[in-house]
Design a protein around this ligand. Structure first.
Ligand code: GLU
Ligand code: MG
Length: 433
């Protein structure tokens, strides 16, 4: 049997798309790639095609990166895929390639601060079949019900060269969570794609279906993607922590967080990318509804995570900040690029992060919120897209064409669901993510 390898990109829709080639052609394909079409960037998550400046014209290459290869053995079936970069026929980076966009943001971070980013994406997902078990938030019975699935997921995560932190039965009905250890740079976003694809494949192989949809039932909890970030210097030494800083943040972390909070409403469309992302980003869901910093607070958009050690060296390397206003409708590369650009802007502009909030911001009047520098984040994808377009900074971080393409892409997604009621919108997103 000819074994096929699937060369893939994670696109604007947060979908993993690509083309397969025989494994025997791998060496050649690592150089020449597979053919790719510019208009593919406008295929939305429902397979509609948004307005495209490319039409039927143009050719690109999707070039697999062998360091981002995953092989999964399922009995007689072997699933192989490799993430890659989209380049022009001349081999130059394509400006709408999501990996390229993230690389550019990380290069900017390095140039401005001399630091590298380590990140870990924490994913929540739900299984579609009903176990019939109740009261199993973090429950052992709920875990046992899908122990085999969890163990198979972990086997393949480890097989892909990633390290598992933990896996659990989360609070929500049929909800599970998988957390991996941090990776450096682009690899961190690749790892997020790899985890999603492994979970989906394993579920399918076990006659289950997993969904990472931001929310399946608005009366219940959502599926968040929490992005943990820390910095290391050239020598790999931790640079995120300073015991004398605000909430233990080093100067650079403080300014980075200040930038993320300042630009949060403008980057939200890139981290919470679907219509139903905004059903999740409401108060009292342990997601994120305001542009606030929290110290170990799960209702904050940016949270300082707890460290589990008293040893100062270990505290410095464990210390990390968590961005909670993200979900799996967003391409991990674009979400991380947006956060990094906002953070780097904070570093460049020497911004100072506010004090961490310790109260329920939803109880404050609009006037009180404003006087304390807080805003309610955009409450629909449409207003998040409008906000992204209003802020000229976004066009300088990305490019005019990226912002225009992204806006048209998301408009087609919004149009697709505009006549559906909330339950039908949740159902259609549940199927696609
Ligand atoms: N499910 C929550 C969310 O939508 C997160 C719960 C938690 O803190 O893990 O982000
Ligand atoms: Mg969780």
């Amino acid at each position: 049997m000819t074994h096929l390898i699937f060369a893939a990109t994670c696109d604007i829709a947060g979908k993993t798309r690509g083309k397969a080639f025989p494994e025997s052609d791998l060496e050649r394909r690592l150089i020449r790639g597979v053919g790719w079409t510019p208009t593919n960037v406008q295929i939305n998550c429902f397979d509609g095609i948004a307005e495209t400046p490319f039409g039927a014209l143009g050719d690109l290459l999707l070039v697999p990166d062998k360091s981002a290869r995953v092989d999964m053995n399922f009995g007689s079936q072997r699933e192989s895929f490799i993430l890659g970069d989209i380049v022009t026929l001349e081999g130059n980076p394509w400006e709408l390639c999501t990996r390229t966009i993230l690389r550019k943001a990380l290069t900017r971070l390095h140039k401005v601060s001399g630091l590298k980013l380590r990140a870990a994406f924490e994913h929540e997902f739900q299984l579609k079949s009903k176990s019939g078990l109740e009261g199993e938030g973090f429950g052992r019975a709920g875990f046992e019900r899908h122990r085999a699935l969890c163990e198979t997921i972990v086997t393949h995560i480890t097989g892909a060269g990633l390290k598992l932190d933990s896996i659990m039965k989360e609070y929500g009905p049929e909800q599970y969570e998988v957390v991996i250890a941090p990776e450096e740079g682009v690899k961190a976003a690749d790892a997020a794609v790899i985890v999603r694809e492994i979970v989906r494949s394993v579920a399918r192989q076990m006659d289950e279906e997993a969904t990472f949809s931001p929310i399946c039932d608005p009366s219940s909890v959502g599926n968040g993607v929490h992005i943990h970030m820390s910095f290391v210097d050239e020598r790999g030494a931790p640079a995120t922590y300073d015991p004398k800083g605000n909430c233990g943040m080093s100067r650079v972390t403080d300014a980075f967080v200040a930038g993320v909070l300042k630009y949060l409403d403008s980057i939200l469309a890139l981290t919470a990318a679907s219509v139903i992302s905004y059903f999740r980003l409401t108060p009292h869901r342990w997601s994120a509804a305001y542009n606030n910093l929290g110290f170990q607070d799960r209702e904050a958009s940016v949270r300082i995570c707890p460290v589990t050690s008293q040893d100062p060296n270990s505290v410095a390397s464990q210390f990390n900040i968590e961005y909670r206003a993200a979900d799996a409708s967003a391409c991990p590369h674009l979400a991380l690029a947006a956060i990094v650009h906002a953070g780097v802007q904070g570093i460049e502009d020497k911004l100072k992060a506010p004090q961490a909030t310790t109260e329920d911001l939803s109880l404050l009047s609009e006037k009180d919120l404003k006087s304390r520098g807080f805003i309610r984040l955009p409450e629909t994808l449409e207003s998040a897209i409008t906000q992204m377009n209003k802020n000229p900074m976004l066009r300088s971080w990305f490019s005019n064409s990226f912002i225009d393409i992204y806006t048209a892409h998301k408009k087609s997604e919004m149009d697709h669901v505009k006549d559906l009621d909330d339950a039908a919108i949740c159902a259609i997103y549940e199927r696609t993510y």
